[in-house]
Design a protein around this ligand. Structure first.
Ligand code: RIB
Length: 293
């Protein structure tokens, strides 16, 4: 059985909803405020675990109340937390989220997440076996992402990089990674040109997510669009993370790419029906009417 390992960020999300997003120098009144576990890495680990797979989380938290909450939440979602270690000199990561006009804007303060260094992750990588699946995002240092992808390509591990939030990635990383899963905005920034050209340049590797329109890739002969699902949207935060966690589960189940993306689209569509990044993430039970589990 292949392992799924998420190497990445864990945060507490501080979420405010408002009918209007403030402009520069402006103050507006909000409608609601709540805090909830988030961070792209932790979200992806929880998404994969809810879908019934054994998932290991590797990352760092502060020795503070947020750190305790992050840790307990992972355990409550059956994520294996032996790779989660505290740092003493930094607080836990936080994300400051504004929900407005059916979408979100987020400022992430990585704090302890920037202590997910190559040295820290190396011991965890060394415990993995060929074929294990490693899921990464970009709320940890870029040198760690590069180190992990290089390690995976040299040791027969399957790597998935969700390049969110966007930052520049070297061509060699794009060559070495097995799957790259930007959304449309990240893909535009990364390939600075035509989506179709980018897809055909990286067949069976580049998967661009399109929200409720699903996801698209190139199979070596033609572009393939895998349809999404329309739901009543409460909160889109964490939909991309649910897609990535579910995609890792689908690879673990050895689905072909088209089926894997259909599974990931289905899980992501459920996630937007709950408030906060994780509350709408489905279990296998939740999707059983729509997927032959
Ligand atoms: O992808 C959603 C996540 O991005 C939120 O949970 C927040 O923590 C930010 O990192």
């Amino acid at each position: 059985m292949k392992n799924i390992i998420v190497i990445g960020s864990m945060s507490i999300d501080l979420v405010v909803s408002a009918s209007k997003r403030p402009g520069k120098g402006e103050t507006v009144l909000g409608d609601d405020f709540f805090t909830t576990p988030g961070g792209k890495g932790a979200n992806q680990a929880v998404a994969a675990s809810r879908l019934g797979e054994q998932v290991h989380m590797v990352g760092r938290i502060g020795e503070d109340d947020f750190g305790k909450e992050i840790y307990e939440n992972l355990k409550n979602n059956n994520v294996i937390v032996s790779g989660v270690e505290p740092v003493t000199h930094l607080p836990s990561g936080t994300a400051h989220i504004t929900l407005s006009e059916q979408d979100n804007s987020i400022i992430v303060v990585p704090s302890a997440n920037y202590e997910v260094t190559p040295t820290f992750v190396q011991k965890h990588l060394e415990s993995l076996s060929e074929g294990d699946i490693v899921l990464l995002q970009q709320e940890i240092p870029s040198e760690t992402v590069e180190f992990v992808i290089d390690y995976c390509s040299k040791n027969g591990l399957v790597s998935i990089l969700n390049p969110a939030p966007y930052r520049e990635i070297s061509d060699s990383i794009i060559e070495k990674v097995d799957y790259l899963t930007p959304n449309e905005t990240e893909s535009d920034a990364m390939f600075k040109g035509d989506l179709d050209d980018a897809l055909s340049a990286y067949p069976m590797k580049l998967i661009v997510t399109l929200g409720e329109n699903g996801a698209v890739y190139h199979n070596g002969h033609e572009k393939v669009q895998v349809d999404g699902f329309i739901r009543d949207v409460k909160d889109t935060t964490g939909a991309g993370d649910t897609f990535n966690g579910a995609f890792a589960v689908a690879l673990q189940k050895e689905y072909n790419l088209e089926k894997a993306l259909a599974f990931a689209n289905l899980a992501a569509s459920h996630s937007v029906t709950g408030m906060g990044a994780q509350s709408g993430m489905p279990t296998l039970e939740d999707i059983k009417g729509e997927w032959d589990v």
